[in-house]
Design a protein around this ligand. Structure first.
Ligand code: PGA
Length: 250
């Protein structure tokens, strides 16, 4: 089955509105006729209106890096899915490893957020991945299975179609250490098999699984070019229009 790749930029806590606008103005013409892959930008919440406005009518989607699972309420500092949609965001990351590591997000929270995103028709990009100690202890497969099972609790096959998974080995994020294509493909096979167990072979075959972790222009082809890998979630190398364009056009 052929899956259309998604190439996504995770800007993390970088850029001012002026810098975000400058990026969009430079980037859109560079990818204007690119239809092979889907493209999405994930800026900080305060940048969303600027980036959505700049990308209007283009082939580039815009999403949040995080949402709360509640639709509204007394949750100081959080962003809701209703707010995201109201400013024109169509996608959201869920459970990025930095959320898990620094903001105590658990598989249970990830699961609640996934239900919220699906309920509101926002494309969820669910991030999973093992830390170095897990890998060194030979626990990668069991960690990935636990994360997928936890994230997907209560999700039925009919509702799962929009879900995208991003496999991001935590030891490869922002470290310059990329998983080899073999390591990444192996992890992607484990994840897809787990999705098949939970939701059936058809859902698993159609689900996009992205790779993330130090994706750069010079390693993008070797990774995204693999049958098992359906795109990339890019941090550092997505901050400049030129390097992100080179990855989009791997
Ligand atoms: P990186 O970040 O490309 O800078 O490693 C990836 C991510 O955190 O999504």
């Amino acid at each position: 089955m052929s899956r259309k790749a998604l190439i996504a930029a995770n800007w993390k806590m970088y850029k001012t509105p002026a810098e975000a606008k400058a990026f969009v103005d430079a980037f859109l013409p560079l990818v204007a006729w690119h239809t092979r892959d889907e493209i999405a930008l994930f800026p900080s919440p305060v940048l969303l209106p600027t980036v959505v406005e700049g990308c209007k009518g283009s082939n580039v989607a815009v999403g949040a890096q995080n949402i709360h699972f509640a639709e509204e309420g007394a949750f100081t500092g959080e962003t809701s899915i209703v707010q995201l949609k109201a400013v024109g965001g169509t996608h959201t990351l869920i459970g990025h490893s930095e959320r898990r590591q620094y903001f105590a997000e658990t598989d249970e929270i990830v699961n609640k957020k996934l239900h919220t995103a699906l309920k509101h028709g926002v494309v969820p990009v669910v991030c999973i991945g093992e830390v170095l100690e897990d890998r060194e202890a030979g626990k990668t497969a069991s960690v990935l299975k636990t994360q997928v099972t936890g994230a997907f609790a209560g999700i039925v096959p009919e509702a799962a179609k929009p879900i995208v998974i991003a496999y991001e080995p935590v030891w490869a994020i922002g470290t310059g250490k990329t998983a080899t294509p073999e390591i990444a493909a192996d992890a992607h096979r484990i994840i897809r098999a787990e999705v098949a167990t939970l939701l059936g072979a058809d859902v698993a075959a159609a689900m996009r699984i992205l790779y993330g972790g130090s994706v750069k222009p010079d390693n993008a082809t070797a990774l995204i070019g693999l049958e098992e890998i359906d795109g990339a979630l890019v941090g550092g190398a997505s901050l400049k229009p030129d390097s992100f364009t080179a990855i989009v056009k791997y």
